[in-house]
Design a protein around this ligand. Structure first.
Ligand code: GAP
Length: 514
């Protein structure tokens, strides 16, 4: 199965099993907007809990807030979003499709890297055991050609982005002979800038109404509350403010399911530090955040850092944590050193002094900020991509199983009476009545036990508990483990402890803090 086929299956699975539905589907949906279904919302809530607790519970010096989506319009002038939150867009005149010019070029550069890797693999086969990859990369004329071309384009690309040179961006697209994937032609328009913020009117009359924006990032709600939190919480630098909430961007090229949405959710933490210490904290947060991802156990090789070619208007260092999705390595999280740009600008635009008195230094200053920013929806897609698994079983049977880490699984236990009579459903209900105070538990009495197991595998339930006639006699049940499919007989009285151990976030938090 190709990665593309896998991704299509994953999207279909998300819908079939109540994880994600297209928004307002009965009206044919709304582009790049999605709803989370009964299983999706549980997984999403668990992701948010994993993030929130790892920030707010594990760090004495991080607190949370929940700011409003609507903010004073001056916020977005101060933050630079009105002037500079733009994407460079280009249209293909034949297909009438619109693309981000920077993404077209980045994809072209990624293709050159793939070409180099293919050359290496070919040579490895040719030379067998004697193959020395480093020597090959240093001496192959074919590889040297590709590298020179890629590096040349990379240099031009970075310069064009820095200078905001849209003519040069178009020229790179022409020089690299990039074609539209739909029409296959190189009939491109000029490159234009497009602001990504959604706006609306607040106030009832046309005269009195003012234009306000739907926030494109949650971060500004934290910056404008810096003084409130610092003073009321008596916070000392370094300290952080965390927030989870919706953000909105009028993405022109919305693709890849929930990867790029117009309404999405962010989990952001702004860490306020002494000026001059920001690089040390930036490195620290890079490591902490990478450990948070890796603790999920999907495999360290699935993640990598990608440093930004073009820094956002507020940053002096930035990296992405990328995950290997079915459509390649893509950004899941950004870790940005935002300098004193945001607080400094809010100070300037509001006329209020936004500073911190440092008792150690005996002076006031505007703190520097290191930000960690991750999309809940991208994290959701990461987990679904890594967890989705089609398996052939002994006896020719097949199953689709979601190997979601137990602590994140939407439902922890499914309880099933073997038959719908003889008091088995009643005992199953008693077990649920005990477990439901701690976990999401479901009841299933329909179809054969095999079919019921498959249904639970498909939504990632880590445990199925079967109640049979023996259960009535000796108070034991069969517990079946999702991943190994092993079954064991355990006392009903021990169930809670077993499930507790398996679904706890604790081992993950310990890994992050190691
Ligand atoms: N406050 C900084 C900031 O917003 P960003 O790199 O633009 O930085 C941070 O966004 C994260 O938000 C991304 O790494 C991604 O996970 C998520 N994100 C951004 N745009 C998104 C979109 N259109 N759809 C889904 N997630 C998005």
């Amino acid at each position: 199965m190709t990665q593309e086929e896998l991704f299509k299956k994953l999207i279909a699975h998300c819908k079939e099993y109540g994880f994600i539905f297209p928004s307002s589907e009965i009206y044919d949906g709304l582009g790049a907007v999605y709803d989370y279904g009964q299983n999706g919302v549980e997984l999403k809530n668990n992701i948010k809990r994993y993030w929130w607790d790892s920030m707010v519970k594990l760090h004495e010096n991080i607190v949370g807030i929940d700011a409003a989506i609507f903010m004073h319009p001056k916020t977005w002038e101060a933050s630079g979003h009105v002037a500079a939150f733009n994407d460079p867009l280009i249209d293909n005149k034949d297909s009438k499709k619109r693309y981000r010019a920077d993404v077209l070029i980045e994809e072209w550069m990624a293709k050159q890297d793939e070409k180099i890797q293919k050359e290496v693999e070919k040579a490895r086969k040719r030379f067998g055991e004697a193959f020395d990859e480093q020597q090959y990369l240093a001496t192959s004329p074919r590889v040297a050609d590709i590298v020179a071309k890629r590096d040349g384009v990379h240099k031009r690309f970075v310069e064009a982005l820095d200078k905001n040179d849209l003519v040069e961006l178009r020229q790179i697209i022409l020089d690299c002979e990039i074609v539209c994937p739909i029409s296959g032609t190189r009939n491109w328009t000029d490159v234009r800038q497009f602001n990504l913020m959604f706006s609306t009117q607040m106030g009832s009359t046309a005269d009195g109404a003012s234009t306000i924006y739907l926030r494109p990032e949650t971060a500004q709600g934290i910056f404008v509350n810096f003084l409130n939190v610092q003073k009321t919480g008596r916070m000392k630098l370094p300290f952080g403010i965390a927030q989870i909430g919706k953000a909105f961007r009028n993405e022109i090229v919305a693709r890849q399911f929930i990867f790029r949405m117009r309404e999405f959710e962010q989990m952001e933490m702004q860490f306020f530090v002494q000026p001059g210490t920001e690089m040390q904290w930036w490195n620290e947060w890079k490591n902490t955040r990478m450990a948070w991802h890796r603790a999920l156990g999907f495999g360290d090789e699935k993640y990598r850092f990608h440093d930004h070619d073009k820094l956002a208007h507020y940053a002096n260092a930035a990296t992405d944590i990328e995950f290997n999705f079915p459509f390649g390595f893509k950004e899941v999280e950004g870790i940005h050193s935002r300098t004193d740009f945001d607080l400094g600008r809010h100070q300037e635009y509001s006329g209020k002094k936004i500073q911190y008195f440092d008792p150690e230094r005996g002076e006031n200053y505007v703190p520097y900020v290191v930000e960690t920013s991750i999309g809940v929806d991208r994290m959701f897609l990461q987990i679904m991509s890594a967890a989705y698994c089609e398996e052939k079983l002994e006896g020719g049977d097949e199953r689709v199983v979601l190997r979601i880490p137990a602590c994140l699984a939407p439902t922890k236990v499914a309880v099933m009476p073997l038959v719908k009579k003889d008091g088995l459903p009643e005992l199953a209900r008693q077990i649920i009545d005990d477990l439901k105070f701690d976990y999401n538990v479901s009841y299933d009495e329909k179809d054969s036990i095999g079919k019921r197991y498959r249904r639970q595998d498909a939504v990632g339930t880590p445990f199925c508990v079967t109640v049979d006639h023996q259960s009535l006699e000796d108070g034991t049940v069969t517990i079946r483990h999702r991943d190994s499919m092993q079954q064991e007989r355990v006392a009903i009285a021990d169930l809670r402890r077993m499930v507790d151990e398996a679904v706890s976030f604790r081992p993950l938090y310990k890994k992050i803090k190691e």
